[in-house]
Design a protein around this ligand. Structure first.
Ligand SMILES: Cc1cn([C@H]2C[C@H](O)[C@@H](COP(=O)(O)OP(=O)(O)OP(=O)(O)O)O2)c(=O)[nH]c1=O
Length: 188
């Protein structure tokens, strides 16, 4: 069976891939995450996921490599991970009281060939007070996450409604990924 590598430093992605109960290794990828603003959100996440997987694939040609990328989109604006506390506060105030989209792109590179897909989930937030946001920032949770929140953590308290795959918001659309891995004969 082809050996599998998850090209990610995200502990959430590792935990989610473990659900498939297939062996894999982890190699964090440090590919360039800047993207052209001409790309649509779906094109951007697929491009970034492919870049992450490709970067690892060059050193591990005999493996199948999985890369993923998650972004938040509100009013057509792409929100990645915050650069500092003010940036995070700004993002959270933007998300307050409205619905945003979370896009996760996934790429599997095998024998130089990329198989890709993306998933879109709508997430509606309650109206957030500034005090609530400040308290959330104090928790430290927002800083390594797209859109500056974690639906799986304290950020759950902001969520009014979700339409789509919860696991895609956390960083890996695991059921769709399993189906693609099966098609590629990489999973049961
Ligand atoms: C919206 C949201 C994002 N996230 C996370 C998923 C991703 O890990 C992160 C977005 O950053 P990414 O650049 O997609 O991933 P990463 O830098 O964490 O890991 P790597 O590139 O090595 O694979 O935000 C949550 O954990 N919960 C959420 O609710």
């Amino acid at each position: 069976m082809t050996k599998l590598i998850l090209a990610s430093g995200s502990p959430r992605r590792k935990e989610l891939l473990e659900k498939l109960q297939i062996p894999f290794q982890i190699k964090a990828s440090n590919s360039d995450e800047t993207i052209s603003d001409r790309l649509s959100p779906e094109e951007a996440v697929v491009e970034l996921a492919t870049r992450k997987a490709m970067a690892v694939s060059r050193q591990h040609q005999d493996f199948a490599i999985i890369g993923a990328d998650t972004i938040v989109v509100v009013d057509g604006e792409i929100l990645g991970k915050p650069s500092d506390r003010d940036h995070a506060k700004n993002m959270l105030m933007k998300l307050s009281g409205r619905t945003h989209e979370v896009f996760t792109g996934v790429a599997i590179i095998q024998n130089g060939q990329a198989s890709t897909f993306y998933e879109k989930t709508d997430v509606a937030f309650w109206e957030l007070s500034e005090a609530e946001v400040e308290r959330y920032l104090d928790s430290g949770e927002p800083f390594d996450k797209a859109g500056s929140y974690g639906i799986q953590g304290l950020g759950s308290l902001f969520v009014k409604k979700i339409n789509g795959d919860y696991y895609s918001v956390v960083g890996l659309p695991i059921s769709k990924l399993q189906r693609l891995l099966r098609e590629l004969k990489l999973s049961w």
